[in-house]
Structures are given as structure tokens and as C-alpha cells.
Ligand binder design. Structure first.
Ligand SMILES: [Zn+2]
Length: 450
């Protein structure tokens, strides 16, 4: 069976922008790309009023947080975490399922086709079924998914930030991580599910767990993910406790290489940026969350110039109350320019351009996640495609459509195809009832607030 996808403008992410462009999909793979009269196909999706581009890739998220949006609207990361840990201690598999349905529905509706999720809260006595709920929900909604088995093991009694009620025993963490790799990790090209190993942060995990996690991930051939260099509070913690800056600490633990990606990477020195780029370690830039928590501005321009792999993430929806990944491309663009302007640069508007922002949101994220089969629209890649309307009031008549979609980010995608299957049409989710998801999350969030 062949599927033909057509759009008024097809931006392939490889430098081609084809008017009246089309893709032919066979068995979930792109087999042909062109423009003008298309070849015949068994079925057709035709969106003449849309720009089609590679499906967006979300390189950092915590989907359970959809159930705790709107808390501590004006706090720093550490204020916000201290307030939320006791709420998160009440999570269970059903709460995570409801939150993940909302988070994934929102991501699909904004054009995201591949998402990671960093789940690190497994409260004592409530762990059963949490990871399974995430994987099952991605299958239900049709999202390509990289669940990261997160963890916390350094409780307050040991000098860490989280209360002891949300940290786990290290042997149990490592055992459960191996178990979920066995059950869910698919390393094959076109995979719909790959597991990563993801201790939470230097202030919530012991050095031993960081080291053991890296050893296990390499033995199993899976990727490593953690938060790093997000705030100056974290930097002070690392220097006071370990006498090392955050990146130095991770280098000590063996956490560098092309199989590692960090969330945030804000407070990096010039030399550290060069080392991250040289090691081909990825950075998931989360501009809305970083601005929401006043954490700082990632040095995206410097990282890209140094050759680092930089993707975008919405981060958890407790620090980004929407999770619109298309809007993160917009935020990344504006934040990079503002950062350059604050440094007194005359060329600040060229710190990041629209096509560069879309590249972060697509290919850059795919590189962070180790997916050479995603992130661009060309033969041999997975058929993951997002279509955005440009005949609406916000965009109709605008001169440069690809730039316009970054400067004025769409609230929704018109059509979204994941693995050759349409999961969004006419800006509505086909795989679940969006209104039911909204009702469920309202009830669950209210119950969690207590
Ligand atoms: Zn995060």
C-alpha cells in the first residue's frame, strides 16, 4: 500500500523547499520526494493550504507533570522542586497514564511525532505500572516514543534535594531499568520505542548510581540522559559537595560521548561548550521552561557554531504549562536574539534564524535521540510529517511561510502523520477523544492537589 502526502509547500529539512511538493510513503518509509504532478498512490492526503515539514522531535519532557501544572508560578527551580516533590510523592500508574495521555495528545496536536519522556518519580509502594502506562499510552495515541527510565537516589537525609519519600534503592533502580530495556527497547531502524537510562540530576542521584547507570547503558547499547547545567543553584551544589563544576562531574562519571544527551546545558563555559561539541554529546534546549523558572539562556548559537548537537524540548508541563513544541522553535529564536542583544551585539537578529530554529526542533532533536532515520523528509527516512495551515488569519498572505511559522507559531498542526499513519486530521486527534482527555486530567489534577 502506498500513501501520497501533498502540501502547498514541502520543507524537507535538507535545504529543499518545494512548491506543490509531495512524498510517497510505503510501509511507513518515505520512498520518493518531488514536486509538481505526483505519481499515483493507493491513498492520498492533500493539504494545498499547508506547509509540510519533518515531524517535530521533543528531546526533553516529563509527561507526568501535566497533572501538576500551575504550581509555584514565580519560583526558582529549587523552590519549585521543593514544593512539588511532596505532590509527586502521591503519583501512581493511573495518574501517570492520565497525565501522559494529555501530554502526548498536546504534543501530537502541535506537530510532534517523536518524543522522549524522562520519568524519574517512582514513589515507594506506588511504582508498579508507571513505566508501562507511559509506553502503553504512546502506543494508544500513535506517538514514536523514547521513554527514559529516570531515577532519584540521593534523598534529603543524604544531602540531596528531594525528600526521602521519592527516592529509590539503587539496586532496585538498576534492576527495573534492565527489566524495561528487555521488555520495550527496540533498536531496529524505524523503531517506535527505544528506552534510555536517565538518573535525574547531580543533586538527586549519588555518584555511584551515575557511574553504574553509564556502565549498564553501554553494556545494553542504550542512550544516557540527565539534567545538567540548568541553574546556578545546581552549579553551587556541585562545587560545594564535589569540588567540581557540573560538566566536570559528568566527565568524571563517564557521562560524555555521542550516546549522551543533557537537558538544558545553560551554564557552560567556552571550554565546556567545545568539549560538549567535540564529544558529540547532545543538548536539549528548553527555552520556555528556562524562562519560566528564570534559569538562564542556553548558549545555542555558540553550541551550534562549535558543532554540538542541539535539539529542543518542552520540558515538563509543570514548568511549561502548554507543551507546544512549535512554539518552542519560536521561543528559541527569540531567546537567542535577546541573549545576543543583551551582550551588545549589533548582529543580534542573526543569532538564530527561522530555518535554524526548525532544524533544532527536527533534525537536532533526532540527533540527540540517536535517530538517523528521523528528522528530515527524504527517501529512506521514517514517514513522520507535520502539516501547518498557512491560510489562517495569522499567516495568510505572509511573504516567507517557513519563517512566518517560527515568528508566529501555530497553536495546532492541521495534519500529523507518524510512521506513515495519520494521527491528526483537521487539527483534531484521530486516536483518542481530546475532550475526554481534558475531562480526565481535570479530575486527576484536582485529586492530586488534595
Ligand atoms: Zn526536565
Amino acid at each position: 500500500m502506498s500513501l501520497l502526502l501533498r502540501a502547498g509547500l514541502l520543507a524537507t529539512g535538507t535545504g529543499q523547499e518545494l512548491e506543490n511538493g509531495w512524498l510517497v510513503v510505503r510501509d511507513s518509509w518515505i520512498v520518493e520526494v518531488g514536486s509538481g504532478p505526483p505519481p499515483p498512490a493507493d491513498s492520498v492526503i492533500d493539504e494545498p493550504n499547508c506547509v509540510a515539514m519533518p515531524g517535530l522531535v521533543n528531546a526533553h519532557d516529563h509527561m507526568y507533570q501535566w497533572a501538576t501544572r500551575g504550581y509555584v508560578p514565580d519560583g526558582t527551580l529549587f523552590d519549585w522542586l521543593r514544593a512539588l516533590y511532596p505532590v509527586w510523592a502521591r503519583l501512581d500508574a493511573e495518574t501517570v497514564r492520565v497525565a501522559a495521555r494529555a501530554a502526548m495528545a498536546r504534543l501530537l496536536l502541535c506537530g510532534c511525532t517523536l518524543s522522549s519522556d524522562h520519568h524519574y518519580v517512582f514513589p515507594a509502594g506506588r511504582r508498579a505500572g508507571i513505566f508501562e502506562a507511559l509506553v502503553d499510552t504512546a502506543r494508544e495515541l500513535g506517538l514514536r516514543f523514547h521513554p527514559c527510565r529516570g531515577s532519584m537516589s540521593l534523598g534529603q537525609s543524604q544531602g540531596g534535594l528531594p525528600p526521602d519519600s521519592v527516592v529509590e534503592d539503587e539496586a532496585e533502580i538498576l534492576g527495573h531499568t534492565e527489566d524495561v530495556i528487555d521488555r520495550y527497547h527496540d533498536p531496529e531502524p524505524g523503531s517506535m520505542c527505544r528506552v534510555a537510562v536517565a538518573p535525574c540530576s547531580p543533586f538527586s542521584v549519588t555518584p555511584a548510581l551515575m557511574r553504574d547507570s553509564a556502565t549498564m547503558a553501554r553494556r545494553r547499547g542504550v542512550r544516557l540522559h540527565t539534567h545538567l547545567a540548568e541553574t546556578l543553584d545546581e552549579e553551587r551544589f556541585c562545587i560545594e559537595r564535589f569540588g567540581r563544576r557540573p560538566l566536570e562531574l559528568m566527565e568524571d562519571f563517564g557521562w560524555t560521548g555521542d550516546d549522551v544527551w543533557y537537558a538544558h546545558g545553560i551554564h557552560l563555559s567556552n571550554a565546556e561548550i567545545d568539549r560538549v561539541a567535540e564529544a558529540k554529546t547532545g543538548i536539549a534546549h528548553c527555552p520556555s521552561s528556562n524562562m519560566r523558572l528564570g534559569a538562564g539562556a542556553c548558549r545555542v548559537e555558540d553550541l551550534v557554531r562549535a558543532g554540538a548537537r542541539v535539539g529542543l524540548g518542552v520540558d515538563g508541563s509543570a514548568s511549561n504549562e502548554d507543551s507546544n513544541l512549535a512554539a518552542e522553535a519560536h521561543q528559541a529564536l527569540y531567546l537567542a536574539r535577546m541573549r545576543a542583544a543583551m551582550l551588545g551585539r549589533d548582529d543580534a537578529p542573526r543569532a538564530l534564524d527561522a530555518r535554524g530554529a526548525w532544524r533544532l526542533a527536527t533534525l537536532g532533536g533526532a540527533q540527540c535521540l540517536g535517530r538517523d532515520d528521523c528528522g528530515t523528509l527524504e527517501p529512506g527516512k521514517c514517514a513522520d510529517v507535520a502539516f501547518f495551515r498557512v491560510d489562517d488569519l495569522a499567516h495568510s498572505g505572509v511573504a516567507d511561510l517557513v519563517a512566518a511559522l517560527a515568528l508566529a507559531p501555530p497553536a495546532r498542526a492541521q495534519t500529523v502523520v507518524v510512521n506513515g499513519r495519520a494521527v491528526v486530521r483537521e487539527a483534531r486527534l484521530l486516536t483518542a477523544d481530546e475532550d475526554e482527555i481534558a475531562r480526565e486530567i481535570a479530575t486527576t489534577s484536582a485529586r492530586l492537589r488534595g
